[in-house]
Design a protein around this ligand. Structure first.
Ligand code: NAP
Length: 346
């Protein structure tokens, strides 16, 4: 079958393609719906653009202005059981699938393991880039392998879990900025979902939610429902109030810094990380610095969860940048702690 020519759209408004709803014009945009288009893409003059950006669900980017290069919009769909052994189901999804719909589908099939990550916005392909995590579970714990197409080398490359170099909301894909360079496009991700599944319910809020429902030994579906209920109460729906989830990473500090802060603030939330490191709650620091529910221009920090930066309607990338910097400066002044943004700035 002969492949249709690639369509390179010109001057595309990206507002509806990023969950912060920031306005930005992309000089060129191509939508990838099948992996076989990727080798083809390299033959086109448009591919030689000075800059390329790989865009999934747009839930982890801050578009600071127009993009004068080529945006590769990843929309490859499909998901299936790729294999099974005595210990696990191996479930594969193409990169353009919506993350939450994929999680719900695995649960409907009776394959538990991703329930704590319910309702996180974005696509399956973008999820490993920042090693999404919530309620005590990180994607890296369930990932078996992924396939990405190297647009520069012109080949499909496989990455096992170790070679993804996952860290706290981090991976080699993020560290090496491949999505910003438009080099590797994640094509599919395979998850290893354990048959000897155990619930992960040690986060206090999740435990309390289940207890409130009278559930002592929850199944995966019940955990997913509890996570969704908590998230719906605390987090804004990007379709109604544009946002990019947690805007800052929780800072990890050394023990002496944590102890110094605890001496000044007896209610400081802290979580030991091992190696003498302590994770602090960025949302708590932001709230105590006076930013919960406060706006700067057309952007603000959400009233129910101070860690989420929201677009109040007409914010542009510069507004987001100004607010992020103001919050960082106040937290630094008050606590001496540097907050790092979770999304990437383009
Ligand atoms: P929270 O309950 O207000 O707690 C603040 C922070 O404390 C959390 O971010 C969490 O870190 C940490 N924490 C709480 N209990 C912990 C425990 N038992 N062990 C270790 N660390 C613990 O948190 P929240 O803001 O409502 O978020 C709840 C969960 O959803 C968190 O896991 C958060 O990461 C996740 N979430 C993620 C996004 C995103 O965009 N990535 C957005 C919203 C919520 P961790 O963040 O390391 O888990």
């Amino acid at each position: 079958m002969r492949m249709r020519a690639m369509v390179f759209e010109r001057n595309v408004e990206l507002r509806s393609l990023n969950t912060l709803a920031l306005p930005a014009i992309a000089a060129r945009l191509v939508t990838i719906v099948a992996a076989r288009q990727l080798p083809e893409l390299r033959r086109y003059a448009e591919f030689q653009a000075r800059r390329r950006l790989v865009l999934g669900g747009g839930s982890n980017v801050v578009l600071t202005g127009d993009f004068d290069g080529l945006v590769l919009r990843v929309a490859m769909a499909g998901r299936h059981l790729a294999g099974e052994d005595a210990d696990a189901w191996y479930v594969r999804s193409y990169a353009g699938e919506n993350w939450h719909e994929f999680v719900s589908w695995t649960l409907q099939q009776g394959w538990p393991g991703l329930e704590n990550l319910s309702l996180i916005p974005g696509t399956v392909g973008a999820a490993p880039v920042q090693n999404i995590g919530a309620y005590g579970l990180e994607l890296g714990e369930r990932l078996h392998s992924l396939e990405a197409y190297d647009l520069v080398g012109g080949e499909l490359v496989g990455f096992d879990r170790a070679s993804c170099r996952f860290g706290y909301r981090d991976s080699r894909f993020k560290q090496e900025g491949w999505h910003l360079q438009g080099r590797y496009v994640v094509v599919s991700v395979t998850f290893r979902l354990p048959k000897n599944w155990l619930p992960v319910i040690h986060y206090a809020e999740l435990g309390a939610e289940l207890e409130g429902l009278g559930i002592k030994s929850p199944n995966a579906r019940q955990i997913a429902d509890a996570v969704m209920a908590i998230r719906r109460r605390k987090l804004p729906d990007p379709a109604l109030i544009p946002n990019a989830g947690s805007f800052f990473q929780n800072p990890v500090v050394d023990l002496s810094t944590a102890n110094r802060l605890s001496a000044l603030h007896s209610d400081l939330p802290r979580h030991a990380q091992g190696d003498g490191l302590v994770k602090l709650a960025a949302g708590w620091l932001i709230e105590r610095a006076g930013w919960k529910g406060r706006d700067l221009g057309a952007a603000g920090m959400f009233e129910k969860q101070a860690l989420v930066l929201v677009n109040r309607g007409v914010a542009c990338g510069r507004d987001v940048l100004a607010l992020a910097q103001a919050v960082q400066a106040d937290v630094k002044k008050r606590f001496g702690v540097v907050l790092k943004p979770e999304p990437v700035f383009v």
